[in-house]
Design a protein around this ligand. Structure first.
Ligand code: IP8
Length: 251
């Protein structure tokens, strides 16, 4: 796939993480407009769950799996992240982006919390038609644990490798990876251990910034770098300009 960008929108960017499932429509509309005006040809958007999914996943302990007779959490969690996905798709379509929601629960399988399969031929057909697939962190059936939570970051890592994408960007509510007050300009497997990376104060069943960096270092090891930047710099990232954030590289 030539010239394919994968953009992850953090859950903290598109929802108010301090509230019970509140979509941040102002942020969403601004992101959609930036994407509509960006000079890019192929785009896949992956978004996180924020306050629409993490509290439910935690309440039903889906990070520990699921057992027969206690499956309500699978439905509840999938329903709420799917509703968020529909809002993201609508915001994009309103400004002319040909977005279409794709749900990992329907096309993925995991084992011990890790994705082992993701049917993506339909994504390639959508991209060939000029569409923008919009995927989200989701509950996925798991061969060992019944079910698990697959983060948007894990999906990004899997898809970036499978579709040989050219650029990966993660838009967050902070200016990049912070070590204290300082934005770390570059992270590699050799430099990561020396960093002091803080954790989110909000409910996050998929590991917050630490989980994100682990996924991106895995992606870098597979040959593809990724950039983490503040959502206000999304236009710069999409235009291929400096975004003032963090580059995760294989070193
Ligand atoms: O916000 C989590 O995805 P993330 C998905 O990308 C659920 O970690 C369902 C909590």
């Amino acid at each position: 796939m030539s010239d394919l960008v994968i953009l992850k929108l953090g859950g903290s960017v598109i929802t108010d993480k301090g509230a019970d499932c509140r979509v941040n429509r102002i942020a969403l509309n601004s992101i959609a407009t930036t994407i509509a005006n960006a000079p890019i040809s192929g785009l896949i958007i992956v978004h996180g769950a924020g306050s629409c999914g993490h509290p439910e996943a935690k309440r039903y302990r889906l990070d520990k799996g699921a057992v027969a007779g206690q499956t309500e959490g699978i439905t509840v969690t999938h329903r709420i992240v799917s509703a968020l996905n529909a809002e993201v798709v609508s915001a994009l379509r309103e400004v002319g982006v040909p977005a279409l929601g794709v749900h990992p629960l329907h096309v993925c399988i995991a084992d011990k919390g890790r994705l082992i399969a993701f049917e993506n031929r339909h994504l390639q057909e959508m991209l060939a038609l000029g569409m923008v697939p919009v995927i989200h962190g989701d509950v996925v059936m798991d061969l060992s644990h019944g079910a698990c939570i697959v983060s948007g970051d894990q999906l990004v890592r899997y898809l970036a490798v499978a579709l040989k994408c050219t650029r990966v960007g993660l838009a967050t509510d902070v200016p990049g990876v912070l070590d204290g007050e300082r934005v770390v300009p570059e992270i590699t497997p050799r430099t990561v251990d020396a960093l002091h990376i803080g954790n989110s104060s909000h409910t996050d069943v998929t590991g917050g910034m630490k989980g994100k960096i682990d996924e991106l270092l895995g992606l870098a090891a597979a040959g593809s770098g990724a950039d983490i930047f503040e959502v206000s710099r999304l236009g710069d990232f999409l235009a291929g300009k400096d975004h003032g954030g963090t580059k995760v590289r294989g070193g």
